[in-house]
Each structure stands twice: as C-alpha cells, then as structure tokens.
Write a protein that binds this ligand. Structure first.
Ligand code: CMC
Length: 391
C-alpha cells in the first residue's frame, strides 16, 4: 500500500545496527569485532572469541585466564535438570531436548533474570556458555542409556565436551589434543554470523523483554531447520543416501534439475557468493582430523571429497556461486569424531551461543523497540459472518 517495504526473507532489510560481526559475502570476508576469522581460528580459541564477542575486545592475559576459569567453573548443571531430562522420550531429537532444557534454565535462575541489571546479564551469559555443552552431552548420554559424565574442567572447553560425550565411568578416556582442538575450532567457527535466522529470532524474542534463557531457546528452535543449522546433519544424510562414488553424477544431475527440489546439502549460502572463509578453515581442520584418525580411505569421506571437487569445477555451481559451506566440512569432521548425526545441530547451537548472547546484550544495552514486522495482506476483503446453514 506504499507505506512500507515488502521484503520476504529480509534479503534487503537491515533490522538493527551492530558492532559485533562484519560480513562481505562477495569478497568472502568475516570479521568479529574487526578481527578476521582466519586469524582467530589460527591463533585464538573458542573461549577467547566468546570474550571478544561479549566484551568487544580481546582479553589481556589476566582477563583471559579469569574468563576461562569462570566459564569452566559453571559447567555443572543443577541435579534437578536430570529429572527434567528423564521426562523426555529416549528417542527424542536432541534439539527438542535443548529447546526445553535451555528454556528451563530460567526456572533454575529466576533470581537473576532482571534484564536491566548488568551483573544478572553477565552471570547469565557465563551460565549459558558454560552449561550448553553439559546439557548437550546429557541429551546424548540419555539417548543411548549411558550414565551422565560430570564435566572435567581441566580438559578445556572442546576437550571437556568430548569427555562428557564419550567417556564412561568404567575406563580411562583419552582426549586427543588434535581432536579437542578440532572440536574447539568447530565451536569457534560457529560463534557468530550477524543477523542470520536464529540470531534475528533471539533479537526479536529479546525485543519483547523476554529473559535471555527464553531468547536463546527461541534461537535454538530457529537453528533447528535444515536450511540453517540442520544443514550439516542433512549433509551426512545425503552422503549416506549417495552411498557410492558411482552414484555421485546422478545426484549432481538431480541438484541441477530445475524441476527437482533436491539441493546439494552443504553448498550455497545466502550471503557468501564466494568461498565462505569459515569453510576454508574447516576444510583444513577436516583434513587434519581425517589424517589423525586414519580415515582418508573411508568410503563416505571419499564421496565427500569427490563431491566437493565436482561441485567446485561444475559450470552450474560456479555460475550460481554455490561453494561448499561451513556445514559441508563440519558435518564430515563431526562424523569422523564419532558424533551422531542428530547431535550436529546441537553442536552448532553450542558454538553459536556467545553470538546469540552478544546480539541480545547489544540490543538490550541500547535504545530498542519491540520488533514488529508489517505484512502485505492478501486475504479476503471484509465480509459478513454467515449462519452455519448458509456456508
Ligand atoms: N544445490 C543446488 N542448487 C542450489 C543450491 C544447492 N545447494 N543452493 C542454491 N541453489 C540454486 C537454486 O536452485 C537457485 O537456482 P535458480 O536461480 O535457478 O532458481 C539458485 O541457486 C539460488 O538459490 P536460492 O534458494 O535463491 O538462494 P538462497 O540464498 O535463498 O539460499 C541456501 C541459500 C543456503 C538456503 C541454499 O543455497 C541451500 O538450500 N543450500 C543447501 C542447504 C545448506 O547447505 N544450508 C546451509 C547454509 S550455511 C549455514 C547457515 O547459515 O545456517
């Protein structure tokens, strides 16, 4: 009607101002607080990047130490959480469990939900970053009927997560430094990506004044879909479906067929029309992990490598700028680490948590209004209610 802009999918609408993350999709640039993701992935670690996202600057040595210690000291969850978890079906999708448990954290910390209180906001950020891996590992252990493993804070963020996932009380579990570093890097590479669907959801939920646990639970729900965080899970399902290198051409043909809705999972991005810089780093990590585990000849990983090569050389993918995205490689790494496919999106959620909180905090700290998009109404004109025998 001329009063507002119609922009389905928000492809050209800026919903906020932000100082956190900069993306140039054409050039393949991703900066957190000005620092290129490649440099952060090489020299930093997940918790330092959390600090950077949350506080705006890299920590000095003392603050780095204090922040890591604080996060790692909050890793345990209230024992009552176990009872809550037991209420779920054992075959529940872990993302369903995460939506529930993270939202439920608000009921455990209701004394700290004053969103105008800086200390409350800070401790809630610590709690969320610390407890997400614990809740995620609990959801997994519950699904396979194994006892929950308490966090081991001495193992660091990535190593502790692998410990909680794979250790049992019966025997010593050794966390390989290469694999712990790969885990940490997966979290780091997912830490923020400006106004994607889940982060926009967190902001929208937060704009109503909802508490941060509820907002992050909303973000987890948005992340769950296969077009967003569910893509790395979809990559593995697709590789499974392809099954053999000889079937690759047939799947490529399906992906190119305009009348076939099939898409090559793990390829393409709304913003990157160049190689996603995170995917470049993830590709290196992928090679390191496959080497460390001696999986270079595994049929599934061979299919993935062939697919990557074909897609990078095929005219269709080149002309549409459909590069392998971060989920393509993260799916392969997670599979190699022995992480079940249903957990992939949960791992994305753990990594994205500091980004979600940083955006929520940035919004709540400034002048903001409740998010209230308008619509283009295409329904019936006003009409009179007919009695039931006249319909
Ligand atoms: N395989 C085959 N064709 C594709 C693919 C693909 N993966 N992705 C896009 N296209 C084609 C699409 O058919 C369309 O062709 P045409 O112009 O002839 O109609 C063209 O490329 C543009 O696609 P689009 O759907 O308009 O692009 P979009 O920006 O709306 O979608 C996307 C981006 C990521 C949803 C899409 O590329 C896709 O579905 N990829 C597969 C799923 C995936 O890997 N998702 C993870 C995204 S990265 C992680 C995240 O941000 O959460």
């Amino acid at each position: 009607n001329g009063y507002f802009t119609y922009d389905p999918g928000f492809v050209s609408t800026a919903s906020c101002e932000s100082k956190i993350t900069y993306i140039d999709g054409e050039k393949g640039v991703l900066l957190h607080r000005g620092y290129p993701i490649e440099q952060l992935a090489e020299h930093s670690d997940f918790l330092e990047v959390c600090y950077l996202l949350l506080y705006g600057e890299l920590p000095d040595a003392k603050n780095k130490e204090m922040f890591s210690t604080t996060i790692l000291r909050h890793t345990m969850v209230h024992e009552q959480m176990v009872e809550l978890l037991k209420g779920f079906r054992r075959d529940a999708h872990p993302m369903a469990i995460m939506c529930g448990l993270v939202g439920a954290l608000a009921s455990f910390y209701h004394d700290y939900l004053d969103i105008t209180n800086e200390r409350h906001r800070e401790i809630t950020a610590y709690r969320l970053v610390s407890k997400m891996p614990t809740l995620a590992a609990m959801a997994y252990k519950f699904s396979i009927g194994q006892p929950f493993m308490y966090p081991r804070n001495d193992l660091g963020y990535g190593g502790n997560f692998l410990h909680m996932m794979f250790a049992t009380p019966c025997e010593e579990y050794h966390v390989s430094p290469v694999l712990a570093r790969a885990m940490d890097r997966i979290f780091l590479l997912h830490a923020d990506h400006e106004q994607n669907a889940s982060t926009s959801t967190v902001r929208l939920a937060g704009s109503s004044g909802a508490n941060p646990f509820a907002c992050i639970a909303a973000g987890i729900a948005a992340l769950w879909g296969p077009a967003h965080g569910g893509a790395n899970e979809a990559v593995l399902k697709m590789l499974d479906e392809i099954g053999d290198e000889k079937n690759i051409d047939q799947f490529i043909a399906k992906a190119k067929d305009k009348d076939d809705p099939f898409r090559l999972m793990g390829f393409g991005h709304r913003v990157y029309k160049n190689f996603d810089p995170r995917a470049k780093v993830m590709k290196e990590t992928c090679d390191e992990v496959l080497n460390e585990l001696g999986l270079g000849d595994d049929p599934m990983f061979k299919i993935a490598k062939r697919l990557e090569k074909i897609a990078l050389e095929d005219e269709y993918f080149i002309s549409k700028k459909l590069y392998p995205n971060v989920d393509f490689y993260s799916g392969i790494i997670l599979k190699a680490l022995g992480i079940p496919t249903e957990m992939f999106t949960v791992i994305f959620a753990i990594g994205r948590t500091p980004g979600w909180i940083a955006h929520w905090h940035e919004m709540i700290s400034g002048a903001y209004r409740i998010g209230r998009p308008r619509q283009l109404y295409t329904g019936p004109e006003a009409r009179d209610y007919p009695p039931v025998d006249k319909r």
